[in-house]
Design a protein around this ligand. Structure first.
Ligand code: SF4
Ligand code: SF4
Length: 166
């Protein structure tokens, strides 16, 4: 199949009107409202239950809310969570459950921020923060351990809202 080249008129062959037209369009955009954001100095406003980085939380008494049931590890689609279960000390009179994770790792490079871990957790011990920019210099750095997850998560109410009657 032969594609015929359209024949240009003498006016089109000048090219100048097209160049001037393009420059005019650029010039008009200078005065329009700007939508470009100077990231990371400027951050976008996030609305509603935005699903960002998953983190672990403590209750107001400073206890780790996670009871190491491993439900989140089971439901996590990309298998980003790895839990090493452990028992709380029998002598710990402040313990709220018999188990807590010895180690709890989330590979942020695998995490797809789906929020299923938060949905599945019966203890409301894991939450998705409104952070979306997690960075690091190596793959190892992007595997957040229990200490880091708890530091990011901070403290939450000890009540478990999801089991309350609406
Ligand atoms: S947000 Fe989704 S992908 Fe990320 S750790 Fe939770 S369940 Fe896994
Ligand atoms: S974070 Fe929640 S679902 Fe995951 S192991 Fe701990 S208690 Fe279970």
């Amino acid at each position: 199949m032969i594609v015929e080249r359209p024949r240009l008129t003498w006016y089109e062959k000048l090219y100048l009107p097209q160049i001037l037209g393009g420059m005019g369009l650029t010039f008009r955009h200078i005065f329009r409202k700007k939508f470009t954001m100077q990231y990371p100095e400027e951050q976008p406003k996030l609305y509603g239950p935005y699903r960002g980085v998953p983190v672990l939380v403590r209750d107001p008494e400073g206890r780790v809310k996670c009871v190491s049931c491993q439900l989140c590890e089971f439901v996590c689609p990309p298998k980003a969570i790895r839990i090493t279960p452990g028992f709380r000390a029998a002598t710990d009179t402040t313990a709220n459950a018999e188990k807590e994770p010895q180690e709890f790792e989330i590979d942020m490079l695998r995490c797809i921020y789906c929020g299923l871990c938060q949905e599945a957790c019966p203890e409301e011990a894991i939450f998705l923060r409104q952070d979306f920019a997690v960075t690091g210099y190596s793959r190892e750095e992007m595997v957040f351990n229990k200490a880091k997850l708890l530091e990011l998560g901070g403290t939450q109410n000890s009540e478990i809202w999801k089991w309350k009657e609406k």
